[in-house]
Design a protein around this ligand. Structure first.
Ligand SMILES: Cc1cc2nc3c(=O)[nH]c(=O)nc-3n(C[C@H](O)[C@H](O)[C@H](O)COP(=O)(O)OP(=O)(O)OC[C@H]3O[C@@H](n4cnc5c(N)ncnc54)[C@H](O)[C@@H]3O)c2cc1C
Length: 355
């Protein structure tokens, strides 16, 4: 039986979509308003010209991420181990030789989703009615009125709702959404101080025809305190038929152009692997600093600062307004696991209120 209440979920990232899916499993309909023209938020997989799924956002998880593993199972998605076999590298300074080490494959195994992390987003969307998701719908206002809530969208639309769940990084909520009446103190002061996980990071991907690094016995994993590449990992697909790398750039690289970053990444990779790097079929990167992630005034925060704060777990506006999103999670905040747990928490709160 469809719900008579109108529920609006703000944000079409993993938490918002998981929540819409969990509610739909209980025959409760909820619409998702997503600001961007793209669904998935901090999950973004692109396909290389040779068909390799390349992650610009979330990539890895491990056996302790129990809710993510359960969701993958339910959605019939498979995982595959991150390759670590071979010689890995650690460059501590320009003056010291690069250190070599190897990681036993079974140690702290991390996994990726077969076909790319975006498969998780696609599988959740498949479970929803396409009309439930509205792209290009940036929420700028949430108002409580006598008869319920009104959600103002940047398109000028004002949508009535009985329940609203904000599934955004709190820093983006703080600067992009106006609440009327103002949320009770100290919630307005807290929101901009909740660190956005991976906000400001620069993830890069490379695709190659051949896994040339394997011929020299390298795992593809390297860490550097010196050059433009801070971390790099083998990014070959599960069938080992498509090849590439992913990793993180040093934060100062944001000052350079894409072409400059590409040139420096290939030069640094050549220095690490001590060989001339063939032309990649693609170099791409993403600097995660846009307002939908960090809001307008990103202040540098301690990692995980105020994640899972009790004020983020409360409801507001007489149990009509809730907050989810990975930063609200009391466990695994920041990770995909935290996003799923936050959606499960709010789904339970809504169901409790209903029943
Ligand atoms: C580079 C990078 C690497 C990462 N690596 C990993 C990893 O390896 N493993 C891991 O577990 N996690 C990783 N993460 C974290 C993971 O991506 C997040 O935990 C998860 O995707 C967060 O989901 P979310 O729904 O809470 O938030 P988001 O994904 O941020 O979703 C919020 C959504 O809200 C939308 N939005 C924003 N403002 C508005 C508005 N005003 N109105 C409407 N919509 C709005 C945004 O466009 C976005 O789609 C990584 C993140 C990044 C950026």
């Amino acid at each position: 039986m469809p719900s008579e209440k109108r529920i609006l979920i703000i944000g079409g990232g993993l938490s918002g979509l998981t929540l819409a899916y969990l509610l739909s499993q209980q025959q409760i309909n909820a619409d998702v308003l997503e600001a961007s023209s793209r669904i998935g938020g901090r999950i973004q997989t692109i396909q290389g010209p040779l068909g390799t799924p390349l992650e610009l956002g979330a990539t890895w998880f491990n056996e302790s991420h129990s809710r993510l593993l359960a969701l993958l199972d339910t959605l019939d998605l498979k995982k595959h181990p991150q390759v670590t076999k071979g010689t890995s590298l650690f460059q501590t300074s320009n003056t010291e030789p690069i250190q070599k080490f190897s990681v036993p494959e079974e140690e702290n195994q991390s996994y990726r989703i077969v076909g790319g992390t975006q498969q998780l987003i696609e599988a959740l969307i498949q479970k929803l009615d396409p009309n439930q998701i509205k792209l290009n719908s940036k929420v700028i206002q949430i108002k409580m009125e006598n008869d319920g809530l009104k959600v103002g969208v940047s398109t000028g639309e004002l949508i009535a709702a009985d329940l609203v769940v904000v599934c955004l990084p709190p820093q983006a909520t703080a600067s992009e959404i106006q609440f009327s009446p103002t949320l009770p103190d100290p919630m307005p002061q807290l929101l901009p101080l909740v660190q956005t996980w991976m906000g400001g990071s620069i993830k890069f991907v490379l695709e190659f025809e051949e896994p040339f690094w394997k011929k020299s016995g390298y795992s593809g994993m390297a860490f550097s305190h010196v050059g433009i590449i801070a971390e790099i990992y083998d990014h070959s697909n599960e069938g080992k038929t498509k090849f590439g790398f992913t990793g993180f750039l040093n934060a100062t690289a944001s000052r350079l152009s894409l072409e400059e970053r590409q040139g420096l990444v290939l030069r640094h990779l050549g220095e690490l692997l001590e060989e001339k790097i063939p032309n990649p079929s693609i170099y791409q990167d993403k600097i995660w600093t846009d307002r939908l992630v960090l809001g307008a005034n990103p202040i540098i925060q301690r990692p995980h600062q105020y994640h899972g704060h009790p004020l983020l777990l409360q409801s507001y506006y007489h149990e009509k307004l809730f907050f989810a999103g990975t930063e609200t999670s009391t466990e695994y905040a920041g990770y995909m696991e935290g996003a799923i747990r936050s959606a499960e928490r709010v789904a339970q709160q809504i169901l409790k209120e209903k029943g």
